[in-house]
Design a protein around this ligand. Structure first.
Ligand code: BGC
Length: 757
């Protein structure tokens, strides 16, 4: 329906308009009955619906409707599968339509800066490209049903400690390259109906009243068309928020902030046009939903099956020294209470009231050769000698042992960060005791964020199940017994220990959190430091093997507005059908800026039968090679060579090719008395001035050819390179200091230099 929203708004009172800018209650927006504006509902997710019918809360305390708990983001991102994420979104969109929900609050795309963040399980990745692509696909799936999403938490919300007041302090390049692009990609590709601003401040200004973030970047640069809502309770100064670009406050503030808006309009500190625009943006989304109410059929059963599929396409096989897959004929002992009570989702506002949960133990009840011993509890960290003894005894007799370990709920949740990266001590102890006498041991992990694994060298198999959603047991069983071939890869690095993490010395500090590691987050840091890690970003095994060949580039030269198509063949060289995630990274060889050694710029997932070959294809544009240049206030890739790396993980480069890029973008010159000669010499626009200065320097200090005998020895000690380096670091004003130019001559030159474009 084509609605004239401006006309509708002109009929609203000031009070009604201010009222539209905050919630009616915890989950509803206000309606205006006399004008036919309905009151619509929003609800948490996003890996299922947390629709609360009665008592609302944002902490996951009170019950919600029975729903399907799909795998949380920590796991689904490991699928590296846009199509699957689209299907996932499609199911959520249908469920939301059927349950009369106008917006699902997610996906959450904050970058995993540290393994300690209590909400990492809700976030996709340490890599902004993967997080952005994953979110964009999910959002498209949901919104095809005219149900909105609320991509969150915008922005730089990477810890839970003091989350409602701390300031995430990062330089602009870091924000642009690491913490913002997932939002940018999703906005540009999928136009989420809404964006949820985060609780924290960004460089000292609350996200909820940050005009740079909410208007300059989000709307003016990226072209966001929906409305911004606050995280629950994130509003500080309401009128300042509205001016900055925060349209909707959630939940309501009991009317207090509506009054603030009214007062601000009345005393002329807030232009009513700003309020009108906010209301228009909110109404457009309300009607986008309300005008497209559709009968959507879904069944919990079918969505449970989809939850299983997503889990099995995403879980990551990390180690397999010929112990997996298991065979039903083998005598197998399952150890650990997670086998009967799996941890499959995290705590807080995303907590789903699952209609069913499958444990791995349920799945093997028909297999007489599989037995179970508890070994340790899944809810606390208490070593129980009797349980441990029983487990060790049982394992002695087995062909193989599978230990189901993980983090108890209390170890990680929304609202607080982890203090360390360890599993409960009791679990590590039991694992070690079993390994002492049973070499054929496999560990399955249930965790929302990486753990240290002191026993890693001694286990033969390791499956990272993360938090698997309600069908976790079926997925794990099918992967262990080889009914499904593992095909997930890590969306984050697993470091050996917490102190290896780049944010280690500045994570979670008081009111001001300094992002000192800058752009070097995750593999960008471990690569640059040449630091060994337990498992690198992008890593994951399969029961089959793949070879890469025939890397082709449709051209080797590219300019600003061009693009390059890269293709590579992948062959399944094993005996089982499988899926391979092919990754493309770009390595900047120009030396124009300090950059990571490689950055993910493409990925494809291919399904291959034994012996089959398929071609993965990627398109790269200027942005794929660029970094954010703050002088230019834009993305910039210098002219020069770049390497395109085709990889099976961030550490497993299979093929590479160089390309040459030529850009017309020129960096602004800002020349002053302290600009160095080196800077002049390195820029073609100023090189001749640099050479002139250098000549005069050489004349003053003497150049190689005119040295007398006496100076020869001293001269040998100073090589040409060394003197060049010294000259390069001299500020231009030195030509005055050393009397090479008169003041007049110098001022004239500076003037001339400043005219160069
Ligand atoms: C969380 C959001 C959530 C909201 C509503 C907040 O505490 O940070 O992610 O959507 O509550 O439950």
């Amino acid at each position: 329906m084509n609605r004239n929203l401006k006309e509708l708004i002109s009929q609203m009172t000031l009070e009604e308009k201010a009222g539209m800018c905050s919630g009616l209650d915890f989950w509803h927006l206000k309606g205006v009955e006399r004008l036919g504006i309905p009151s619509v509902m929003v609800s948490d997710g996003p890996h299922g619906l947390r629709k609360q019918d009665e008592k609302g809360d944002h902490l996951g305390i009170n019950d919600s409707i029975k729903a399907v708990c799909f795998p949380p983001a920590v796991l689904s991102a490991c699928s590296f599968d846009r199509e699957l994420m689209h299907t996932f979104g499609d199911a959520i969109g249908k469920e939301a339509q059927a349950n009369d929900l106008s917006v699902v609050l997610g996906p959450a795309v904050n970058i995993k800066r540290s393994p300690l963040c209590g909400r990492n399980f809700e976030y996709y990745s340490e890599d902004p490209y993967l997080a952005g692509e994953t979110a964009a696909a999910f959002i498209q799936g949901v919104q095809e049903h005219h149900v909105g999403t609320s991509i969150k938490h915008f922005a730089a919300n990477n810890q839970e400690y003091n989350r409602m007041s701390c300031s995430s302090n990062a330089d602009e390049r870091t924000l642009r390259e690491i913490y913002l692009p997932a939002f940018e990609t999703a906005v540009k590709k999928s136009q989420p109906y809404t964006v949820m601003c985060s609780y924290n401040k960004v460089n000292g200004t609350f996200a909820s009243e940050n005009p740079w973030l909410l208007t300059d970047v989000l709307r003016d640069e990226w072209g966001f068309e929906g409305y911004v809502m606050s995280d629950w309770g994130a509003v500080n100064e309401r009128a300042a928020g509205l001016k900055a670009g925060l349209e909707l406050e959630m939940p309501g503030s009991g009317g207090v902030n509506d009054q603030e808006i009214i007062a601000a309009v009345k005393n002329n500190t807030l232009d009513e046009a700003v309020l009108d625009q906010a209301v228009e943006r909110i109404l457009r989304i309300i009607f986008e939903y309300a005008d497209h109410r559709e009968v959507r059929e879904f069944t919990l059963e079918a969505d449970h099956a989809l939850a299983k599929k997503i889990a099995e396409e995403s879980m990551v096989l990390l180690k397999n020294d010929s112990v997996l897959p298991l065979s039903e004929e083998e005598k197998i002992v399952f150890v650990g209470e997670f086998a009967s009570r799996p941890r499959y989702q995290g705590g807080g506002s995303s907590h789903i009231n699952s209609f069913r949960v499958s444990s791995v133990l349920d799945q093997v009840s028909n297999l007489p050769n599989v037995t179970y011993v508890k070994g340790f509890s899944c809810t606390d960290d208490v070593y129980e000698e009797a349980l441990a003894k029983e487990a060790v005894e049982a394992c002695k007799q087995a062909d193989k042992v599978v230990i189901f370990a993980g983090l108890p709920d209390s170890f990680e949740s929304e609202g607080y960060d982890r203090r360390h990266m360890r599993l409960p001590d009791c679990q590590n102890r039991v694992i070690k005791e079993i390994l002492a006498l049973q070499p054929d041991t496999i560990v399955v992990l249930h965790n929302g964020s990486p753990v240290e694994m002191p026993w890693l060298d001694d286990v033969k198999g390791l499956l990272e199940a993360y938090l698997g959603g309600q069908a976790v047991g079926e997925a794990v069983a099918d992967l262990l017994f080889g009914r499904v071939n593992p095909s997930g890869k890590l969306a984050e690095t697993i470091p050996y220990k917490l102190s290896d993490n780049p944010s280690h010395l500045s994570f979670g500090d008081g009111e001001n959190v300094e992002y000192r590691e800058g752009i070097f987050v995750g593999y960008r840091y471990y690569d640059a430091k040449e630091m060994p890690v337990a498992f690198p970003f992008g890593y994951g095994l399969s029961y089959t093997t793949f070879t890469y060949s025939n890397l082709k580039l449709d051209k080797k030269e590219m300019s600003d507005d061009g693009s390059i198509t890269v293709t590579v063949d992948v062959t399944n060289t094993g005996t089982m059908e499988g899926r391979e995630i092919v990754q493309l990274y770009v390595h900047d060889l120009t030396g124009a800026a300090r950059r990571p050694l490689k950055e993910l710029k493409g990925y494809e997932k291919l399904s291959l039968k034994p012996g089959e070959t398929k071609t993965a294809s990627f398109t790269l544009d200027y942005r794929s090679f660029a970094w954010y240049n703050t002088k230019l206030q834009d993305w910039y890739a210098a002219s020069g060579d770049y390497e395109i790396l085709i990889a099976a993980s961030s550490k497993d480069i299979r093929l590479s090719e160089k390309i040459h890029l030529t850009t017309k973008k020129v960096l602004p010159l800002n020349i002053h008395a302290n600009t160095t000669l080196g800077e002049l010499l390195s820029d073609p626009r100023t090189e001749r001035f640099g050479l002139e200065f250098k000549n005069r320097m050489d004349q003053l200090f003497g150049s190689g050819s005119e040295k007398d005998e006496q100076n020869e020895n001293a001269d040998k000690a100073v090589s040409d390179d060394m003197s060049m380096a010294m000259i390069a670091s001299m500020p231009i004003r030195n030509v005055l200091n050393f009397g090479l130019y008169s003041k007049d001559e110098f001022d004239k030159l500076l003037n001339e230099l400043n005219k160069i474009k």
